[in-house]
Each structure stands twice: as structure tokens, then as C-alpha cells.
Design a protein around this ligand. Structure first.
Ligand SMILES: Nc1ncnc2c1ncn2[C@@H]1O[C@H](COP(=O)(O)OP(=O)(O)OP(=O)(O)O)[C@@H](O)[C@H]1O
Ligand SMILES: [Mg+2]
Length: 410
């Protein structure tokens, strides 16, 4: 098989590291040929806190995918999140040099939009064009070849702390794999879950992972806001462990098998048997109590999101509603609670089907890694040069991701 047609997405999450190997068929269709998932040790709230443990988890996940696919993995698109990620909107204006807008004019206006003061410990991850204005005409997605004298660009800029991004890249590269693109996780999840219509109408993508909840708000086909909330599915589990006085593993079992955030959806008189901390006998716990604990955390999370929407004055922009994804979205009753709290239609978003092992991947916890695969496939288009094994510098990677997103917009 030609090396160029092998594409890899690598999601280093707080609870699992997942590798997907895809191959492009002759017709350009992506097909999954290998999957590797391994529990993640070494991350907290989306950021690496233990390099050795993170490298080992990545190695195991890569090895599994490598064996299944029967190909070598030399590079991958990796996702980034964590509460260090901060994004904002910016704009820039330039005078058009010739009669028509050229690629050079577009580059210049994007550079101008990017020219904002950011602290020296931060790095720009993405500069995503939202719209261009040529003279007095706005809402232009691609101004190339248009006539005018003044070109304005509105962009969404995503930044992250350099050292934390470097830690993740270092962990991946210690396994001998080049981190070719560094992509914001909610952008990747949006790619695999949202339809172009939803992005046009206005939609809030909420990826509830283990350690973080990642938000991406889209309108008119463009990303208008992104944010990482340091609360995820593990917080629901921790709350249960504390409230029921049970070990973490037992709390996770209860959450997955019996968890619900709405007591009304349960048989109020039902009880479940829970195993206490070792040495204590098992007990009967009312299901309603479990729902009260999970419901309080769910409400807190949705209120956080509600505040983001109202702070950014986006309530009327979200015609397409709210889409929940990530493993944490699977707690029963979350869409209903979301709809009630956010006052917008809310549903679970499953990754769009691919060729290959589609059934296994039809789970919201794989949204990010599948999105990374799509992004990796896009940036791979038209690349003829063989992949270099040497370490790529961070700035190079960021401009690669910038190119990827720019390509995606046009
Ligand atoms: N069936 C289920 N019901 C309820 N919760 C679930 C279910 N399956 C997984 N989860 C929860 O989903 C969370 C993990 O989700 P996911 O795999 O998307 O996280 P991650 O990508 O590893 O983490 P992060 O994105 O925060 O770095 C865990 O808290 C887990 O308890
Ligand atoms: Mg995740």
C-alpha cells in the first residue's frame, strides 16, 4: 500500500488514548483499517501532568492500531484541549494592491488580523477565517479574484500555552511518531459530528470528555467561539463516589449502568445495590439519590454553557440547537436536561459513518479522533513529498494546522 494513502488521527484524552488508522481508497474515500484504544494515564483536565505515563499510553494505543492495520505509523494529527486554551475573535484590514484580490492579499489581511498582542508564553494554534469584507460588501467566504480597494478579514484565533502544547507534542514524538497537525479538539469533533447545514444555521457543539468539556459555536459555516471548560464526565463520577461513599471504580459502574440526570425519568421507588469501600458491606441506595447527585453536576455544566452563550450574546444565533458528544454525553437524560436549561433543542451527536469498521466507531467518545482523521486526510491532499522523520518545529506545525483550516473554509 502506498505510504501517502495512510492517515492517522491520535486523540490523547484524559481517560483514553485512541488511534485510528485510515486509508484512502482509489476513489478518495476514507476507510478505517486500524483502531487502538488504551486507558490514558498521565493527563489531568486535558493537559499532560506525567510524561512517562502519557508516552506509555500513547505507545500502547499506537501499537494496537499498528497491528490491526498492518502498516507503520510515522505521523499523526493530534488534538489539543485543556483549560490553557483561550480563543477570541479579531479582524484586520489591508489595501488591495492590484485590480483583483490575489492570494497574497488574503495572506496579508490574515497576517494583519493575527497581529494582536498575546503574552509571550502563548502561541497561536489556529487562525480561522470567518468572513471577508471587500469594500462595503460583507459575508464573503472566498474573496480571491474579486475587485475592490479595501479587504477586511474577520477571524477566530485560538491560542494555547506553549509549554503545555510542547509537552503533548513531546510525548507523541517520543513514540517515534511525528505530530504533523495540532488541532483544537472541539474543531475536530465538529468535523465528525456536525453537518454543514447545522454549522450554517448556528449550533453549539458540546464535547463532554473525561476531564474537560469542549465548546465550539458555529454560525454561517464559521467558528465564532471556542472554549474549554475544566469539568467533564469524571466530575460526575467523583461526585457519586463522594456522595455514596463508594470507590471510584464502583461510582463509574453505577454512573454507566444506572446513571441518569433526571429523577423524573426513573422509577422513584427503585433501589440499587452498591459495593462500599473495601471492608464495608454492600448497601441499597435509592436510584433517585443517584439522579439527584448527577443532575446537580449536569445542571452546573449546562448553566456554565448558558452563561457562555449569553456573555457572547449568541442566544439568538443558535437556530440549529445544541449537539452533545464525547463519552460523557452518554449519561441518560442529559439531552433533556440540556434542552430545559439551555432553552434550545438538544441532541446527542454521533460521528458520521465511514467505510471500514463503522459500527465500533459509532460512539460519541470517538468523535474527536474521527474528526482528527478527517482533518489529517484534508491536509494530506495534494502532498507529494515523503514524510520527514525529523522533529518539526512548533511554529511549522501551527502554520500547517492554519493551512488545514484555511483549506477547509474554502
Ligand atoms: N455509557 C456511558 N454512560 C455514561 N458515561 C460514559 C459512558 N461511556 C463513557 N462515559 C464517560 O465518558 C467520559 C470519557 O469520555 P471521552 O472518552 O470522550 O473522554 P476523553 O476524550 O478521554 O477525555 P477528554 O476529552 O476530557 O480529554 C468518562 O467520564 C466516562 O465515564
Ligand atoms: Mg476527548
Amino acid at each position: 500500500m502506498n505510504e501517502k494513502s495512510i492517515i492517522v488521527g491520535l486523540d490523547v484524552g484524559t481517560t483514553k488514548v485512541c488511534t485510528i488508522v485510515g486509508s484512502k481508497t482509489a476513489s478518495g474515500e476514507l476507510e478505517i483499517i486500524g483502531i487502538g484504544t488504551h486507558p490514558s494515564h498521565g493527563l489531568k483536565k486535558g493537559s499532560v501532568v506525567n510524561i512517562d505515563k502519557t508516552v506509555k499510553s500513547i505507545q500502547c494505543s499506537l501499537e494496537e492500531a499498528r497491528l490491526m492495520a498492518g502498516v507503520d505509523i510515522t505521523s499523526a494529527a493530534i488534538g489539543i484541549a485543556g483549560s490553557h486554551v483561550y480563543s477570541f475573535n479579531s479582524s484586520g484590514v489591508v489595501a488591495i494592491k492590484g485590480q483583483e484580490i490575489t492570494e497574497e492579499d488574503i495572506d496579508r489581511v490574515l497576517e494583519a488580523a493575527k497581529a494582536v498582542v498575546i503574552p509571550s508564553d502563548r502561541e497561536i494554534l489556529h487562525v480561522i477565517p470567518q468572513e471577508f469584507r471587500v469594500d462595503n460588501t460583507g459575508g464573503i467566504k472566498n474573496p480571491l479574484g474579486m475587485c475592490g480597494v479595501r479587504l477586511e478579514a474577520h477571524v477566530h484565533i485560538v491560542t494555547g500555552t506553549v509549554s503545555l502544547i510542547q509537552n503533548l507534542v513531546k510525548c507523541v514524538e517520543q513514540t517515534g511518531v511525528i505530530a504533523e497537525n495540532v488541532i483544537l479538539q472541539p474543531i475536530a469533533s465538529s468535523e465528525s459530528v456536525l453537518s454543514p447545514e447545522e454549522k450554517d444555521l448556528g449550533v453549539v457543539l458540546v464535547d463532554i470528555g473525561g476531564g474537560t468539556t469542549d465548546i465550539a459555536i458555529w454560525k454561517n459555516g464559521s467558528l465564532i467561539h471556542s472554549q474549554i471548560i475544566p469539568v467533564g464526565g469524571n466530575h460526575f463520577t467523583n461526585d457519586l463516589a463522594v456522595a455514596l461513599k463508594v470507590p471510584h471504580v464502583e461510582a463509574e459502574r453505577i454512573k454507566i449502568n444506572h446513571g441518569c440526570v433526571l429523577a423524573e425519568q426513573l422509577n422513584q421507588s427503585a433501589h440499587i445495590t452498591v459495593n462500599g469501600i473495601s471492608g464495608t458491606p454492600s448497601r441499597e441506595v435509592p436510584l433517585g439519590h443517584v439522579a439527584d447527585v448527577l443532575g446537580a453536576r449536569g445542571e452546573e455544566l449546562f448553566n456554565f454553557i448558558k452563561n457562555i452563550i449569553s456573555d457572547k450574546d449568541l442566544k439568538n444565533e443558535i437556530t440549529g440547537g445544541v449537539v452533545l458528544t464525547g463519552g460523557g454525553a452518554l449519561i441518560k437524560g442529559l439531552p433533556e436536561l440540556g434542552e430545559y436549561t439551555l432553552e434550545h433543542p438538544t441532541k446527542i451527536g454521533y460521528p458520521k459513518p465511514f467505510g471500514g469498521m463503522t459500527n465500533i466507531m459509532q460512539n460519541p467518545k470517538f468523535s474527536t479522533v474521527l474528526g482528527l482523521l478527517i482533518e489529517a486526510s484534508r491536509s494530506n491532499e495534494g502532498v507529494d513529498t515523503p514524510i520527514q522523520q525529523e522533529s518539526v518545529d512548533l511554529i511549522g506545525k501551527f502554520s500547517d494546522s492554519l493551512k488545514t483550516v484555511f483549506k477547509e473554509i474554502f
